[in-house]
Structure formats: C-alpha cells, structure tokens
Design a binder for this molecule. Sequence first.
Ligand code: FAD
Length: 598
Amino acid sequence: MTPTLKQIRHSIRAATCAPEPEVLDALLTAGTLSGARREAIRQQSIDLVERCRAKSHKAGTLDAFLHEFGLSNNEGIALMCLAEALLRVPDEETADRLIAEKIHSGDWGAHKGRSASRFVNASVWGLMLTGRVVGLDEEITGDTASWVRRLVNSLGEPVVRQAMMQAMRIMGSQYVLGRTIEEGLKNGLADNPSGTLFSLDMLGEGARTEADAGRHFDAYTAAIRTISNTENDAPVAGANGISLKLSALHPRYEFRQKRRVMAELLPRVRELALQARKAGLGFTVDAEESDRLDLSMEIFESLARDPELAGWDGLGFVLQAYLKRCHLVADWLIALARETDHSFMVRLVKGAYWDGEIKHAQQQGLADYPVFTRKCHSDVSYQVCAERLLAAQDVIYPQFATHNAYTVALVQELVSEDHAFEFQRLHGMGHLLFDEILEKSPDTTVRVYAPVGNHKDLLPYLVRRLLENGANSSFVNRFLDAEVPTGELLRDPVEEARSQPLGRHPQIPLPGELYAGETSPWPNARGIDLADPLDVANLLDTLVGAAAKPWQSAPIVGGEWLEGKQREIRNPAASDTVVGKVVEADDAAIEQALQRAT
Ligand code: FAD
C-alpha cells in the first residue's frame, strides 16, 4: 500500500538521527546502478577532469583560491577565521588583536607565486597591503614571513584591518554577480555563454529583527519585478528564477516558534510566490540548517495546497543529500506533487552546513547526527535521490547542483533522451567544468546560482563557500591539483562505502561518546532537541503526564510521612493550575528531626 503523506512525514521525522549503518544499508540496497555502469561513470569523470586540467589556467578565481588556501593549511584557516570573525567582532581593539594573532600564525611566504591565478597571489598581498594588486620586490619574496611580521609591527593592526576589509571586498566582487539585480543580470549575461539561466539570490540571510526581515522582503520583491519574464512567455523551467532563504524573512524562523512562523512568515512567502508566478519565474526555497527542514516542509506544503498557486510549475524545493532522511524527503515531495497536481522544481545538493551540523549535534548531545559522517555516504545518498527524482519525471523537474565531475558524470549516465533536467553551479565556481560539459553536449541546460548584494552582506555566504569547499574531502579543493591522481580523486562512492565495514566515520564519535576517549571518560550530557517534533512531542507528553499527577509533599522524619496543614502550590506560569499540595515542616517536625540526627 502506498504510504500517505502523513505517514511519510512521520518516517522522515523518525529518521532524523537514525543509525548511519542502517541508513547506508537501505541506500546501498535502493541504488540500481550496476558495477559496470558505475565504472563507466568513473571513467567518464576521469576524462572530464583530465580535459579540465589541461585548461587549468582558465580556472575560476574561487576554484584557484580554494585550491591554494584550503582548510588543510594554517593560512587558509587564518583567512577564514578572520573573514568570519571580522563579521562579528564589535570593537576595533579586539579585531586588531585577532588580526595580529592570525597573521603571526601563518606561513604566508609559502604561497607566494604558487598559484597560476593572479588573483590568488594578489589576494595574499592585497590582504597585507592596501587591497591593490601590487608588484613585489626581492626583499619581500626572499624572506616573506619576517617581512609580513615587520609590516604588521610597523603599520599597526588598524591599518592591516582596513587592508583586510578591502581585500574581502575584492574577494567579494569575485563571487557576487553584482550589487544590484540590474548589474547582476548585465554581468551574468556578459560572463556566460548565451542560453545560461540564472537563479538570483539576494545576499543577507538570517534576519535578526523584524526590520531586517522587512528589508529582505522588499529586496526580493524588487528582484522579482526586475527579472520578470512576462514578455517572452517561456515556461518556468526555461526562465530565470529566484532563490530565497526563509531565515531572511523572519527573525524567529525556528520550530519552537512554529505557530508564529505559520502566522507571520507563511503569508510573506506566499506573497512572494504569487509575485513570482505573475512574473513567470521559478521560485525556490533554499535549504538551510537541518533543524529548519520540518518547518520548511510545512511552509512548502501550504504553498502547494494554496488554491491561488494551483497548477503552477514554478515551486521549487532543495534536497540536501548529506541528510540521513534525504531520500524520504524526496519520496514526500513526489507524493505531494502528485496529490496537489503540481510539477515541482527540485534542486539536489549535498549540503552546505556539514561542520555546523556536526558541532550542533555534539553540543546538544543528540542520540546521533542528522548528517552522514563520511563523504562517500553523502555521495551514495545523492545517487539514490537522483534516481528517485528522475523516475518521477511526470511531477519533478530535477536540478542537479554540483561542481563535482563524478556527480556530473553520474547524472549524465542516469538521464535518458526524454528526461528534462538541468545542472546548476554557483557563480564564481565550476566555470571550467561546465564549459567542458557544454563543449561536448551543447544542449545541456546550465543555471548559475548568483548572489546579488553588497559587500556588507557577503561574508556569511563567503565563509560558507570556504568551509564547504576548503576541506580536502571536497572535490573542488583537489580538482585541478595535478599532484592528486585522478584515480584517487574519482572513486566509486558505493565501493568506498562498502570498503569501511563500520558504516560510519571511525574518527567522529557519536555525540554521546564524545568524551569516551578521555583518560577518565564520561558520557556527554543528553540534551532535548527542541527543534525535533518527535522529541518535543515526547517532552510534552511527559509534562502533561506530570501535570496530571496529584503531587504531594510533606516532611518525612525517620521514614515516616508527617501529617499537617496542607497548602496548595500553583504553577507560576498559569496561576489557575494547582500543581500539588505541600505540608510545611512545623517546629515539632524540625525538633523531631534534630533529635533523631543527634
Ligand atoms: P563535493 O566535493 O562532491 O561535496 C562536498 C560536500 O560533501 C560537502 O559540502 C558536504 O555536503 C559533503 N561532505 C563533506 N564531508 C563530508 C563528510 N565527512 N560526511 C558527509 N558528507 C560530507 N547547499 C545547501 O545547503 N542549501 C542550498 O540551498 C544550496 N544551494 C546550492 C545551489 C547551487 C547551484 C550549488 C552549486 C550548491 C548549492 N549548495 C546548497 C551547496 C551544496 O550543498 C554543496 O555544499 C556544494 O555544492 C559542494 O558539493 P559538490 O557536489 O559540488 O562537491
């Protein structure tokens, strides 16, 4: 029997932190690709990488930057900490101290001249100097490390702070399509082959106040008006679109505030969706942290059931393959589309918040992680989800967002001639890879996800890009590195997953076992996840059960319950509720207790 939407929702919730080996087993069983087809994908991706490596001098700036400054060297980490910290540090003195510490910790000289990208070289020195691309004399190239230290000492941290900010601005211009939608579209059209589609995103996530949310709402409204597609009447899949972050539209977009979110955020999203429909644009809700998923599904379902959005093909959702429940969310989307007579646009990604999800689960002391702990498991999940989306061609228009050549080759192997689908890449990344793909298959649809906005709002986006792509497990980090053999870079994730019998990462302990390796081990405190509907339902049941119980208390002396005058105790948060009754200890009871103690 086909499960109902409600039943699928329940399985999704139950699978949030499911044991990784179990989920992996289910995925490995669900995948239908034979060993021979997987080998063909691998060969295809090796060929693609080799073709790109032959043209590596044309690589995009961000690709080159990540290659040089990943998370595996001190300088990359220092730069990222700085970028992230400069966002938050409120006073200049602290910012300066931080800069001094980070700059002294790096071996900046090691990078000079290594990257073929002029920008990457310049960025190091731009950071140290004035943000301009400068020529360097012998003294600097000879003993760079001490020169940098001397420079910081002589100029002082405040000057370096200004230089850093300026350098961030320069970096920003590489990853943001433009400051305004008009500028973005103009730049996008000039920089990309004709036929490229765009999904525009307004920078500025995580509204902190109602005023922030209002500003973001106005920015999305203006963007929709500007890129309106009413003139050429193209189907939504062939038009530009808009991507929005729900966290930008409400300061309390969290499960604990569900009632408020449904009352306040949903009408805003609905209004923007109606505008997008009128403007002929696709409208995609970006995926954010795992604990927002349930709420985003609730909002998406309301949109899908809205009579004014009926029959529209422009609603888009994002699936994150690194979530253990991703394949179930794919099932839910397909079932929802069929039930509400929609065709959805579904962007399949791996997920941009991996580090944060791991840290959050550890802090909360959750039973397990909501994400996989091994990269190849996310890849297997991506494969299974891609198969499911492609099998539901009647109601799903799949959008495969990746910069990984293996993932691209996987999709190319899975699709047949009558499949409608597209690839998506981020502006500033994956240029080389997709140029190659288009050269061989010019009919492929490629959409560029393009953030628009000013430098002030850029840093959270930039830090996320650096975090997710700077790790040496990331494909782009090693893609163009001729020292990494293609056979090592491009491995069959199914084989890789099977090769590790544990079914999870051996060096990432379960959140509860975080301190099991200490000399005097102790269990990590188990938290209650107030963003997990099932955890919250259990908690509420316990609270209701506890409230229904008639609580009594009285002095117990020598094991004997003493009678006396009872007083009612009321719930301080709801004074008409009597919690229980108490008998206070009187003088006689105290005396009796003291005598026994003596
Ligand atoms: P790969 O190198 O193949 O994969 C890197 C990814 O693998 C990491 O980002 C992480 O997800 C996963 N990973 C890394 N280490 C581990 C590990 N130890 N265990 C398990 N998994 C691991 N992300 C969002 O979250 N929401 C969005 O709305 C979103 N929109 C996007 C739109 C576009 C057009 C693109 C291109 C990306 C988008 N992303 C989004 C980012 C995306 O989720 C990926 O992080 C990014 O594209 C890198 O994946 P990849 O396939 O290119 O590279």
